[in-house]
Design a protein around this ligand. Sequence first.
Ligand SMILES: [Zn+2]
Length: 73
Amino acid sequence: MFDPFDPLDPLDPLSIEACFPGAITGQAEVTCPHCNAIFTVPVRDPLGEESYRCQMCGGGLHVDWGNDTVTQL
Ligand SMILES: [Zn+2]
């Protein structure tokens, strides 16, 4: 019988909460809307919006991580 409070259950909510933040934060690859260069940027808020500057052409870009869109600034 399934016991949701079994401490050995791999889907235990506490175990998921302990490892989830590290899995979704950190870095992500974006494609520059100006020159199509692909580079890695730091992600502070995986569901928010952030602005960066292309490392190749210097053009500004705005990333909406929640909607997974990149637009020119
Ligand atoms: Zn660029």
